[in-house]
Design a protein around this ligand. Structure first.
Ligand code: NAD
Length: 355
């Protein structure tokens, strides 16, 4: 398991250090894990003038998987767009051909009252949003701002999906559903958009290859509503880039704790980039109080999706559950009566729970 580790900026270095400890435990048990570090984002810009330098690109291509902390910081906000840390993220995704973005929204029973929804609606929630990451209106051409014949200016973008793009994300969706609750809901806007009508046609065709998966369609406006009305009805949701962008943020908020949410972006061979959903949290960077659990859970996803080691993923997830059951909480998930811990203490507790 050759893993490229990119701590990035802000709390990135702190939380990745804890995730690396978890990998260290597995290595100590005889698993052939190799970690190689490189820079991305603001740290890379500071060191080399480029948020995604060539050495980093070379390393991530050689690796089987990439573990990323987070990028970004106030001090970079005035840089030209091409030099900003977030460009490093976009470029690494593109360079690795990562087209499938997996964002689970899991509510641990211990944290059910952190959600803004009633705890009975979310307790035990375990859904997966699968977002297509490289197509759709975000990348369609032509786009721009033009001047019409009457002199008025007009902004425009192009929504488009090709058959091969829909097929490959559909297959990922069905495969994930097979590994979970065997339910897949495809979300689109087929009552209005031609792109969505075509999406529905193609994915329905692919569904025939997966008779063991319970397959359904839902319009995106309804899906947005159902996610807050009765989120537990879903298992896996597959959708395009723009709808997925919005729905995955909505779903993550069901959990009420951004410091708990991992994510994965995969290529066609399950090679992936694994990172927490949150950013570099410059407001708390360097204070030793960031929650490392989202990054540790990203390692669990790496084991499950890139290395096909669901057993190790479950072990890591079990260790996280165990520290929550012990009442340990970083500030972002703290509730009265619990034990407040810092980043390192939380990481150490997970390592201990891994046994
Ligand atoms: P953020 O996710 O960094 O922070 C939002 C809030 O959540 C902050 O109050 C922060 O303290 C808190 N928070 C986030 N992660 C936490 C954790 N692990 N433990 C405890 N508290 C946590 O979002 P933001 O403030 O909008 O963005 C900050 C920077 O991060 C920006 O430069 C932005 O561009 C970047 N960003 C990067 C990524 C990424 O690397 N994938 C994603 C989002 C934002």
């Amino acid at each position: 398991m050759k893993i490229a580790v990119l701590p990035g900026d802000g709390i990135g270095t702190e939380i990745v250090a804890e995730a690396a400890k978890v990998l260290g435990v597995l290595r100590g048990e005889g698993l052939a894990i190799e970690l190689e570090y490189a820079q991305l984002g603001g740290a890379a810009y500071d060191a080399s003038g480029d948020p995604f330098p060539e050495v980093t690109e070379k390393l991530v291509h050689q690796a089987d998987a990439v573990l990323l902390g987070a990028v970004g910081g106030y001090q970079y906000d005035t840089l030209p767009r091409a030099m900003r840390p977030e460009q490093g993220l976009l470029r690494i995704r593109k360079s690795l051909g990562l087209f499938a973005n997996l964002r689970p929204a899991v509510v641990y029973p211990e944290l059910a009252n952190a959600s803004s929804l009633k705890s009975e609606l979310v307790a035990g929630l375990d859904i997966m949003i699968l977002r297509e990451l490289t197509g759709d209106i975000y990348f369609g051409q032509p786009r721009g701002i033009r001047t019409l014949d009457n002199g008025e200016q007009q902004g425009f973008d192009t929504m488009m999906y090709s058959e091969s793009e829909i097929r490959r994300i559909a297959h990922v969706g069905f495969q994930i559903a097979l590994k979970r609750g065997k339910k897949l809901c495809s979300v689109d806007k087929a009552n209005v958009l031609d792109t969505s009508m075509f999406w529905r046609e193609v994915i329905t065709e692919v569904a025939k290859e997966y008779p063991m998966v319970e397959f359904s369609h839902m319009l995106v406006d309804n899906a947005a509503m159902q996610l807050v009305r009765a989120p537990k009805q879903f298992d896996v949701i597959v959708t395009g880039n723009i709808f997925g962008d919005i729905l995955s943020d909505e779903a993550s908020m069901l959990t009420g704790s951004i410091g708990m949410l991992p994510s994965a972006s995969l290529d066609a061979n399950n090679k992936g980039l694994f990172e927490p959903c949150h950013g570099s949290a410059p407001d708390i960077a360097g204070k030793g109080i960031a929650n490392p659990l989202a990054t540790i859970l990203s390692v669990a996803m790496m084991m499950r999706y890139t290395f096909a080691r669901g057993d190790l993923a479950q072990r890591i997830e079990g260790a996280v559950r165990s520290v929550l059951q012990q009442g340990l909480r970083t500030g972002d998930i703290y509730q009265e009566g619990m034990k407040r811990v810092g980043t390192v203490e939380m990481g150490d507790a997970v390592v201990k729970a891994l046994g």
